[in-house]
Write a protein that binds this ligand. Structure first.
Ligand SMILES: Cc1cc2nc3c(=O)[nH]c(=O)nc-3n(C[C@H](O)[C@H](O)[C@H](O)COP(=O)(O)OP(=O)(O)OC[C@H]3O[C@@H](n4cnc5c(N)ncnc54)[C@H](O)[C@@H]3O)c2cc1C
Length: 454
């Protein structure tokens, strides 16, 4: 093993790791980032995401006349999780979010804008900030370009963190490994675990989150639970291991995300019998399991031309169009033919939905948010339910420092999917954007704390 020393070693070059590296380098630290996968520019969760970062009280909101605040965002997080989210982490992330999105733009040169054309379930205001094409790859690329401009950050790919050495109370060094098995010990004052969760480990998923075991895994292949394993070996506290971000609409068999913006603009989900099976606007994360419970684990997102136009800014939606995954039907009869259901059932289902959307009757599933009724011709995309990422992990304090028996482990940080998120238990607590907020927010806080600033 050779000897090398850095102020901060970051494991993982997704949103969490890059935010930590940039924040620490802002404050003068030398940083080494090790990334296990050569494919991380396309294959990390960050690159696969739709780039939505929520912040209550941002300057973009102020410019748009939106009266929001960190406190209101915190209340929304607690409401969506029925009070179960870790309040210390939720408070820290909602408080730092306005500063975070400003920093991402001013220092990270990420061209963020406020999404005002629709609201994701559970957010009481327009507060998601995203890049113009709603593509995580664009956001990730901007951050990586900024890393490239900073000589104090060294990025080594492929290199995997496999262990941490410490003196009983503080971090001393990190053991990293190349794919050929060569190992190196890197001395470091601090280490940020930014290796995401364990979604790519079917054994752990079936043990810890059995309800989503049958779902498609639609996250990064680098999410192999390394932070959890390393943290547990150091005696770190873990929590919310049953928490995850699911999604009720990944096009099948195409494997392309069908944005839930379709639903928020008024789309419905039908099963192959032509029936709706719930209130789609409760949230896309908790809709994965109901979709998987339908015949063959499949359903159809049914939209119209207005919704089709509204979703075109999404890069994912453009990919769907290119793959011809959106199939068109002139009327209820041809939609029924397309999905293999009886025409009378499809007519009855869409007529009931239209009547609820027009306010003439109440919806049998309790849906009240429709934007507008669906009008023919109809577009239909066959979808399945999926696991995007796990949200439980190492317990951290408000600076991202890992806790052991409730006490901060000096110099050891966790951010993003490696740490506890703010989604409480299960799938239903996930508010759109909480994945990237936990990644970027905890990464930012950890990087600053490692430089002695928070
Ligand atoms: C389709 C999709 C859409 C999404 N959309 C959104 C959205 O719009 N908004 C939102 O907030 N969230 C979204 N999410 C969730 C979001 O992508 C994640 O929560 C977030 O990107 C996690 O960031 P991260 O840095 O923790 O993990 P990642 O981005 O996955 O980065 C972790 C990196 O660590 C590397 N790694 C793993 N182990 C090691 C090791 N031992 N040593 C070194 N490197 C290692 C991995 O290879 C990987 O590159 C979406 C997810 C998916 C799948």
């Amino acid at each position: 093993m050779s000897e090398m020393f850095t102020d901060l070693l970051v494991a993982g070059a997704g949103a969490a790791g890059i935010a930590a590296a940039l924040a620490a380098s802002d404050l003068g630290l030398e940083v080494v980032v090790v990334e296990a996968k050569e494919t991380f520019r396309q294959g990390s969760n960050t690159a696969m995401s739709t780039s939505m970062v929520p912040a209550g009280g941002s300057r973009w909101q102020a410019a748009a006349g939106i009266d929001d605040s960190p406190e209101q965002f915190f209340d929304d997080v607690m409401a969506k999780t029925k009070g179960t989210a870790d309040p210390i982490v939720a408070k820290a992330l909602t408080a730092v979010a306005p500063e975070l999105v400003a920093w991402m733009t001013d220092r990270g040169r990420v061209p963020l804008e406020l999404v005002t054309d629709f609201q994701y379930p559970g957010h009481s205001h327009d507060r998601c900030h995203a890049v113009a094409d709603r593509a995580g790859q664009t956001l990730h690329r901007s951050l990586l370009e900024e890393v490239g401009r900073r000589p104090e950050i060294t990025t080594i790919v492929p290199m995997r963190l496999i262990d941490i050495r410490h003196d009983g109370s503080r971090v001393e060094s990190a053991i990293v490994e190349t794919p050929d098995g060569s190992r190196e010990e890197v001395g470091a004052n601090a280490v940020v675990l930014a290796t995401n969760g364990f979604g790519a480990r079917p054994d752990l998923v079936s043990q810890l989150i059995p309800e989503i075991t049958g779902g498609l895994y639609f996250g990064g292949d680098g999410s192999t639970g390394d932070a959890l394993a390393i943290g547990e070996s150091l005696g770190a506290d873990v929590e919310f291991l049953d928490a995850y971000q699911g999604h009720g609409s990944v096009a099948s068999p195409h494997g392309i995300l069908v944005t839930w913006a379709t639903v928020m603009h008024g789309a419905v989900l039908l099963n192959s019998d032509g029936l709706r099976f719930g209130n789609e606007t409760t949230g896309y994360s908790e809709y994965a399991v109901p979709v998987l419970a339908q015949p063959d684990g499949l359903a159809w997102v049914v939209l119209d031309e207005r919704i089709d136009q509204a979703c075109r800014p999404f890069a994912d939606y453009q990919d769907l169009l290119e793959a011809k995954a959106v199939r068109w039907a002139d009327d209820e009869q041809s939609l029924a033919d397309l999905i293999g259901a009886s025409a009378s059932t499809v007519e009855a289902t869409l007529s009931a939905a239209r009547s609820a959307a027009e306010g003439e009757s109440s919806d049998g599933f309790g849906r009240t948010s429709w934007e507008k009724p669906l009008r023919p011709p109809y577009g239909a995309v066959r979808v399945t339910g999926a696991l995007f990422h796990t949200q439980g992990g190492l317990r951290v304090d408000a600076n991202g420092t890992v806790l052991r028996n409730g006490t901060p482990f000096t110099g050891l940080y966790a951010a993003g999917g490696a740490a506890v998120g703010i989604s409480g238990h299960g799938a239903a607590g996930y508010l759109a954007g909480n994945g990237l907020l936990s990644a970027l927010g905890l990464g930012y806080l950890a990087g600053r704390d490692a430089a002695g600033t928070n």
